[in-house]
Structure formats: C-alpha cells, structure tokens
Design a protein around this ligand. Sequence first.
Ligand code: NAP
Length: 292
Amino acid sequence: MNNKKISASLSGRVSLGHELSVHRLGFGAMRLTGEGIWGPPQNRDSALAVLRRAVELEVNFIDTADSYGPHVSEELIAEALFPYPKGLVIATKGGWNRPGPNQWTHDATPAHLRKAVEGSLKRLRLDRIDVYQLHTPDPVVSLDASVETLAELRNEGKIRLVALSNVTREHIERARKIVPIVSVQNRYSFADREWDYVVDYCESNGIVFIPWFPLGAGKVAGEVLNKIALAHQATPKQVALAWLLKRSPIMLPIPGTSSVEHLEENVASASVPLTDEDYESLADVPALVASR
Ligand SMILES: NC(=O)c1ccc[n+]([C@@H]2O[C@H](COP(=O)([O-])OP(=O)(O)OC[C@H]3O[C@@H](n4cnc5c(N)ncnc54)[C@H](OP(=O)(O)O)[C@@H]3O)[C@@H](O)[C@H]2O)c1
C-alpha cells in the first residue's frame, strides 16, 4: 500500500444535479450489517468506527438503503455521524422488502415508497433526504408510477434529488421525462462491464454513475491487476478502484467494507496514478476472459 496522504478529496469532485458536490470516492454502507445483509453487525463499535473514519478521510458521499439490515445501515449512520458534518451527502434507497436474510422482494408501489421515505427520514434523523434512489424497478409496478411518487415527494420537500438503481438506458430516459435524475447505480467494475453503455449515456447527460460491486464484492483478482498493482506499489483492490476513477469523470465508486483497514486501503486508491497503458490493459480483461 502506498504511504501518501489518504483522503477521498484526492479523487476530485462530481456534481449531483448541479446542486451538491461530493468527492468522487464514496462509501457503501451495506456491508456494515449482519450476515446476509440482515440484522445488526457482529461488532457494533467497529461498524460505527468505520463510518467515523470514512468521514475523517473526507468521504462525503455515503450510500445506504432502508433494506440493508433492514434499517440497520441507516440507523448506524445516524448513530455514528449525527449531527452530520457540513457537506456530507447520504444517499438512500427504497423499493425492496426484506422477508429474511439474503431475501429481497420487490415493492416499488407508490404506497410503499411513501412509507419507505418516511421511515428513512426518521432513521437518518433528517428533514429531507439529499439523494433518494429507486432501488430497482418493480416488475409488477409501472416505472412511471414509482418515479412519479418520488417526484411528488421531492415537490413535498422530503427528497432533494431523485436517482435510480439497476436500470437500463430506456428506464433512465423514461424517468427523466418525469423528474431530473441525478445518478444511476448499477453493478460495474473493470472486469464486469455489462453496463458500459449506461456509463457512456450518463457521461453524455451529466448524470453521476455509481458502480456497485466496484470490487466484485471483494473478489476482483487476476494476473493483469496484480502486475499493475506491483508496479505502483499498490494493492489489486486499489488498482481496481483507480481504474473506475479513470473510466469517467462522472464515476463515483462506493466500495463497501466493515473494516477500517480496508476502508483506508480503498480511500488511498484516489492517489494511485494509473497510466493510459495500465488503463487499457485492464479495460481489455473482460474481452480476454471471454475469448478463453
Ligand atoms: N444498488 C444495488 O442494488 C446495490 C447492490 C449491492 C451493493 N450496493 C451498494 O454498493 C456498495 C458496494 O458494493 P459491495 O459492498 O456489495 O461490494 P464491493 O464494494 O465490491 O466489495 C465489498 C466486499 O469486499 C470486501 N473488501 C472491501 N474492501 C476490501 C479490501 N481493501 N481488501 C479486501 N477486501 C475488501 C468487503 O469485506 P470486508 O468487510 O471484510 O472489508 C466486502 O465483502 C454496497 O456497500 C452498497 O452500498 C448497491
């Protein structure tokens, strides 16, 4: 791991809907809950310490959802950080129900989303949620009905900015006819580029792209990654995050961890200077793997 200053500010900034500006390296708070994204963490104090350390390292964008725990991730954020430091943006989400560990069932009906927003406001101890993301379109509810509900909640002052997750370009275009969409959160990493075309669409339209599983859930690995990491005296995880930061100026990775040590390692990726050649060789990995 390199020994330079560790700060999310070194990743630069990105604008959410021309209203909020955050550092381009955020934190994903899903991993702070118990096993199966269910229940409280094994060690509450260390989960709180991770959140506090993230803010010390100038992370000012934290991603969460009502379904993480459920409720646990939002409650931990409030317990660790309220009253919130100036400039901290908490982005939460709604649209899932959680009947049990590792179980996720859709509910993006207007009634559920209204209830979900009220619950998140209470748990996060906020009067207004800065960024509210539709967690995923519900196959039995029209996307328009879900997004119209979020637009209404924005007009009522409960949400500042509306965002989407797990969507196609067509979903984004439909939603943007109803309300401005400031960010899109889809699964993405150098090794997992199904949503490349959505990243490009977001870049062309000034929409922030938030890659989830930026570390392939901790499993990114491979020969090319290791070689580049060695050359930069960095770790493979740092190189995977540095690749994302170089991919596009609208990229806002939110690596998740329950460990202060991993958090520090991840934030330090903001100062790993990938060359164009490094970038290209990692960009070629999915095609290389597919041709084997
Ligand atoms: N919108 C959606 O549908 C959706 C879906 C999934 C996730 N998300 C969001 O995206 C965030 C990121 O995704 P993710 O947390 O699932 O996956 P990730 O960031 O790709 O990987 C997290 C996993 O990697 C491990 N890890 C993190 N940093 C590490 C390091 N430096 N060295 C070794 N292992 C490391 C973590 O374990 P340790 O705890 O041991 O560090 C954890 O198991 C989530 O926290 C959540 O906020 C959104």
